[in-house]
Design a protein around this ligand. Sequence first.
Ligand SMILES: [Zn+2]
Length: 401
Amino acid sequence: MRYGWKHRGIVVLLALVLALLLSTGALAATKLIPGGPSTAGPTPTAGIMTYADIVKTLYSIENSSKGAVDVFTLTEAAIYSKTKSEAGRELYVAKVGTGPVRVWVSANIHGNEQLTSEAVLQVLQYLAKSGSADAKAIGNELTVYIIPSMNPDARELNIRGTVLQSGPNIGKQVDLNRDWKNAMEASESKAWYAFWCYMKPDYLLDLHHQGFKTVPYTNESTSMSMGISLSPDRNTIPAAYKDPVRQLAAFVYDDIIGYGYTHIDRYQLFGYPAQGLISELDFMGGMSSAVMVGTSFFDYDGLNAVANWTCPAMFFETKGNTSDGSLGQKANGYLTKQNYQGVMAYLYGLASGDVWDVSPSHWYDIPAYSPIWGYYTDFGPQPAAADAAAGDWAPLAFDFM
Ligand SMILES: [Zn+2]
């Protein structure tokens, strides 16, 4: 699938040029085999969109979309009393498409994971204006809600979490991707949760960066990881979602691996809880995790009491981030395009139904690493051996509050 991306040759060429540069010793000192361009050198945040740039781009796309795109703030949506960030910034959504299947595509829930925002704006631009057959198919079958930045305060500070501006914990940095089902401390968490309960997505895709990561036991850097929330081999995830999330991840993987992106794998945590041990995610406080296990389980302020809404979720984890020097000078365009391609594959797979032709077991063909020591949970490390001894972990047995 091309999704109108006509520059595949350029991406391949870029990869070849970079491979040549690397082979000539430009970065030999790092002894790192890159998954894409170098991660060496300072992160050029000056070239990355500010929140003001994002807002300006949203309205620019809307204004030239001939009605195809509707940009609105959560204040304008007026769903709930909390509609802004902790520091008072407006929170933006762009709606595109008129189809019956609702899809939530969000980026930048972590403020220092910023390239994903530009990627989803490129997707919005393409869906709004290309007029191509694939964009039309997506628009006819899906209604896509694109959220380019869930965390503008932290984006402006280039840090992970938002900073509480009031209350007993004023000044505390809160990770929005641990706040759902846990404390719900941040204004953004409440505002986005209310919107999620209101719009009731059928699918959710959340875009992240994973910091610098190498393939376990090697010095190869990873360019992107496919994340399923939660681990499909555990019983925390609803049984009905296990196959769809595997199919979606495998479909996206098959599509983007052909574009010259190297070292795409399944998202696992290496070195947690102790160096040399590989774990998988099984935590529920994350936004994309919480939506899968049912937010009514933590029905904040009665917002989800009636709908009792849940949906399958997955996430992308692109390498590097914008705060610790783990993106190089040449990585930005490459990694942004990788996310663009992944989001387009995800949406087209859903719109066309092609994703359901993929065998769920194909998920296990995406590179992963073993042995699995256990699982990263809201309650700390959970050894896989404990499952074998006690049956699969039952989340309801734990006290969330
Ligand atoms: Zn993240």
